[in-house]
Design a protein. Structure first.
Lengths: 93, 428
């Protein structure tokens, strides 16, 4: 069995992305850089990606665990669950 | 804007919420069970082991009807280094006396919620509870989108993030030290292959916990649970460690799968799902107030999880807490008192039951497991001892005691090991 990239793994999952309604919004002015870097390492879905000096974020593959919220202590992060019926849908769980 | 009124609103159709709804509905209460997923279980993931005792008490022999996967008859704890796996392996029919089961939560949670519905609870899926409605310091309902829904009591069963209580200021921020981030893959394999690889008979299953290399020595561990036609494989790592490490959680699980002791177990399998979840592992140290005016907190939201290394429990606590909360609401209804005092029987019931008793018994474990040597150093010590024990290379043999003493000395010394062992004995 081969290793799977994060994209391959998320590709297997079922998502109903709430287009234009991000449930996590980062305020980079407030969010501590160190916390964001920790999110790059901890986020199981690889939603936080280091891109040079910047950190890019995409809520589309979020597995809704809350790890980033805990690491950021909600400082600089507006975190909610996706609206009802949206987001990931586990078929096994 | 619509307005409805219930005896109780339960937020979250996981095991804690559905059991609370089931027990209250059975007593004739008007219950609304809210679930943000399209179906109960759609947002839920767990390692996959249910200790059956608490559900068996509420629904005797539930496994005859419930969509459980396999009854666990084989337990393994494995110390991993990069090249070695040292295991304690127990296979016993006796585990059947108090059965535990592997489960896949989408199916299992849907079934439990269906039981609550059959008992008379109203289930509303696809509805996200946004906020608790608080009036004069008392919780009187929940706000879902634009809709206000009112009840005498709200039972918060919204999982590890305990989002509602935090928004309402009833609990503070979760500490990264008190929670663990879990990633898991469900890997499909034919039943016969799973039985052969894990030495299983009939519909039985295996549970294997790993410590050491699987997390690159970070605080946490790995797991494998066998289902009927799949294997649940995952890692649980204390969230705090990602503040100061070079490793990525999403990569660690792939490395774990490649380990020579793991790869043969899953070879040829097909990954059919990748999931993640937070695990509240802080024990009593992270517990929110369980009872407020008009509000009870149950299950993961209440931090009711116990990880002692060789046992990881959550669902049995969740179910017992749901039952206790239902009992408290029924009692409060009789008295017409939904204040903190009127609902206080919830706290008392948990204190009398295994839920808070067991958490108290193992109260020192979370602190004990903060010891980095357990994850980073001792697996290598075990490796060296065991490899030496079974190696014959033609050099002059040394007495066993002397040889082992040398190994321990190289890995931190007897005093350090004795201290850690003593702490472990006291915590466990």
């Amino acid at each position: 069995m081969k290793k799977l990239s994060i994209e391959e793994r998320l590709g297997i999952d079922k998502f109903a992305v709430d287009d234009g309604m991000p449930h996590i919004v980062i305020d980079k002015e407030i969010c501590a850089k160190s916390a964001l870097e920790a999110c790059v390492r901890a986020c199981p879905a690889g939603c936080y990606v280091k891109d040079g000096a910047e950190i890019r974020f995409d809520y589309a593959g979020c597995l809704e665990c809350g790890t980033c919220r805990v690491l950021c202590q909600s400082k600089g992060l507006k975190w909610e669950y996706p609206r009802g019926t949206f987001g990931v849908e586990f078929r096994y769980g | 804007m619509s307005e409805e009124r219930f005896d109780a609103i339960v937020v979250g159709a996981g095991p804690a919420g559905s059991i609370a709804a089931y027990c209250m509905a059975k007593e004739g209460l008007e219950v609304l069970l809210i679930e943000r997923g399209t179906a109960p279980g759609a947002k839920n993931s767990s390692g996959g082991r249910l200790y059956g005792h608490s559900l068996n008490k509420i629904m005797p022999n539930f496994w005859e009807e419930a969509p459980v996967e396999c009854q666990v008859t084989r337990e393994t704890v494995t110390f991993l280094t990069d090249k070695t796996a040292v295991s304690l392996d127990v296979k016993s029919e006796k585990f059947g006396d108090e059965p535990s089961f592997t489960v896949l939560r989408s199916k299992f949670d849907a079934w439990l919620a269906e039981k609550a519905e059959e008992a008379g609870a109203m289930l509303a899926c696809g509805v996200r509870a946004d906020e608790l409605i608080v009036k004069d310091g008392k919780v009187i309902g929940v706000l879902c989108d634009e809709d206000e829904m009112f009840a005498d009591v709200v039972i918060e069963a919204d999982g590890a993030n305990a989002w509602l209580a935090q928004k309402a200021g009833i609990r503070g921020e979760l500490s990264p030290k008190h929670v663990a981030s879990c990633v898991k893959e469900v890997i499909e394999l034919p039943r016969q292959v799973i039985k052969d690889r894990f030495n299983l008979t009939g519909e039985t299953g295996a549970a294997q916990l790993f410590v050491g290399e699987c997390t690159q020595g970070l605080q946490g561990g790995g797991f494998i649970y066998t289902n009927k036609e799949s294997i649940s494989l995952g890692l649980v790592v204390t969230t705090e460690v990602f503040l100061d490490t070079e490793y990525k959680l999403a990569d660690l699980i792939e490395e774990f799968k490649m380990h020579p002791a793991v790869q043969p177990l899953i070879e040829g399998g097909k990954v059919v799902e990748y999931s993640a979840h937070l695990v509240p592992e802080g024990g009593l140290g992270m517990m929110p107030p369980l009872v407020s005016d008009g509000l009870l907190i149950v299950g993961d939201a209440a931090g009711l999880v116990l990880n002692i290394g060789y046992q990881v429990r959550g669902m049995d606590f969740a179910i017992a807490s749901g039952e206790a909360a239902a009992y408290a609401v029924v009692t409060a209804k009789k008295l017409g008192d939904y204040s903190k005092q009127g609902l206080g029987v919830y706290q008392t019931a948990l204190e009398k039951s295994f839920v808070l008793q067991d958490l108290k018994t193992y109260a020192k474990v979370p602190e004990f497991l903060e010891n980095k040597r357990i994850f980073a150093k001792y697996p290598a010590l075990v490796e060296e001892m065991m490899v030496k024990l079974f190696t014959v290379d033609g050099t002059l043999a040394k007495p066993l005691g002397k040889s082992m003493f040398g190994t321990i000395k190289r890995h931190g010394g007897v005093v350090q090991l004795a201290k850690d062992a003593w702490k472990g004995v006291r915590a466990l």
